[in-house]
Design a protein around this ligand. Sequence first.
Ligand SMILES: Cc1cc2nc3c(=O)[nH]c(=O)nc-3n(C[C@H](O)[C@H](O)[C@H](O)COP(=O)(O)OP(=O)(O)OC[C@H]3O[C@@H](n4cnc5c(N)ncnc54)[C@H](O)[C@@H]3O)c2cc1C
Length: 508
Amino acid sequence: MTEHRAATLSDLPENDPTEVAVGDRKVVLVRQASSVFAVAATCPHKGVPLKMGAVKDGKLICPAHRAMFDLESGDLLAPPACESIASYPVRVDGEDVYVTVEPDQPEHPLPAHAGRGDDPRRFVILGSGAAGWRAAETLRREGFEGTINVVTDEGPVPLDRTGFSKGYLNSGETPALRDESTVAKLGIEVVKGRATGITPALKTVNLDGGVSLDYDALLIATGCDPRKLDVPGADLEGIHMIRGMADADALREDIESRAKAGPVRVAIVGAGFIGLEAATNLNKRDGVEVTVVTPEARPLAKLFGDAFGDRLLSEHREAGIEMRTETRVTGFAGSRRVEALETEGGDSIPCDIAIVAIGAKPRTEWLPFETLQDGGIGVDDKLAVAGVEDIYAAGDIAQLPTPWGDVRIEHWRFAQELGELAARNMLGQGARYAGTPFFWSMQQPNGSYSYTGHAESWDDARGAPDGDSFQVEYVTGGRKAAVLALGFDDDLTKLTLEMAGTGPVADA
Ligand SMILES: Cc1cc2nc3c(=O)[nH]c(=O)nc-3n(C[C@H](O)[C@H](O)[C@H](O)COP(=O)(O)OP(=O)(O)OC[C@H]3O[C@@H](n4cnc5c(N)ncnc54)[C@H](O)[C@@H]3O)c2cc1C
């Protein structure tokens, strides 16, 4: 055990995280009056320095993706981080601040959790994605000692699929959320298989291969499938979609194999988040030429406004990506493999590989309940499915009432929040959504674009999406419902907490 003099009180502005060196470790100090808290210097999620974070209501919030930690204990409070941060003992002697660091203390410990114990109950979770996996870990964190079966047709470990349209396309570095030894430590049993039916009256779920599992509580978190483009030639070889690791691997391998014969022309159908991320990342590869084709005049303008759509257009064009706007794809040409996209206007866009990225559709068609028009499942504010006992739904498939209205949102952190909420309610805690929707996309030199709150439509978009740092506020019914931003800002980070549980805030 080694105590180090780390700072003087006057070095530490109140509530402003300050990074210091303590021995050979970096530590973040936060002073509140004459008390000082010392925690790990980086967020476990993507290693972002927490000195850039914000402090509010005893929480330290990562500015990049909004993971939250208890300032005093370092305990994990909100996703997307999966670990806590180390908290170090502090002694203040007059003006001097001393911090004790154990040399073998992990910076990012696994949150405290129960193991498999005597509880005879079995909770079954369908899907090992953002929502399903988070639910499984939350059950253990909340002290559940029964059996947890996570049924998945992916695996064997849970993966962070947000990387599959980004760096993974070039690096192939597996974005695992947990390794097999941690899964075992958590006492979570991963069952490889595909759920094919549920009999609510018998409380059983059927898997392919004839296996069936009894459950005391069931969570459906089966996520989405990419939408197919239903046009002639859609089954030709060389046409890809991206959802899981196998898709990203197949795309990468196809590009690498075609690259042996010369430059590879990749045509991407769709200019949503996944299409644009794939375009940006594939465009970084030597010998790959990327064209994006979209029926819209400006990408994502419907959600974020024309000015941001214009920004995206010029940003992608400046990077050397060909952006074909107001162009609708009506077919794929080729004999065995795709050779070109055909457009409504009669054009032919030659390509060696095509990627279809036109949105996603909930994987719910096999369920014995009525689904919503978009394939989602309507749930109540506790994520319970109406008319059946002890069945919950979370993640991309769930439409739930929130202060932003009835929403079904397809984003990683939100899916994780719903996974946590579902777990609490499987344990009978009667919890309701008390977070703030948030997502990030498209890495920029100065961070990623981020979006806090939710506004499917808005009366006014205030602010210009210009330069290396900006905020655009979306105001509806006189209230600020969402903010699109580039760059970090304490007020924006704190807005996440202000909106939590209450929704859009009064427009100052
Ligand atoms: C390429 C890509 C990039 C993304 N990037 C971002 C990003 O940058 N930021 C962001 O906020 N969001 C991003 N998203 C969205 C985000 O990943 C999803 O919102 C999130 O994963 C949804 O979580 P989920 O648990 O509902 O579903 P998923 O994570 O899709 O998990 C569903 C799981 O259920 C399994 N499953 C499905 N059906 C069955 C069945 N019948 N039986 C057994 N298992 C089944 C699937 O195999 C999977 O394991 C991205 C999505 C993709 C595809």
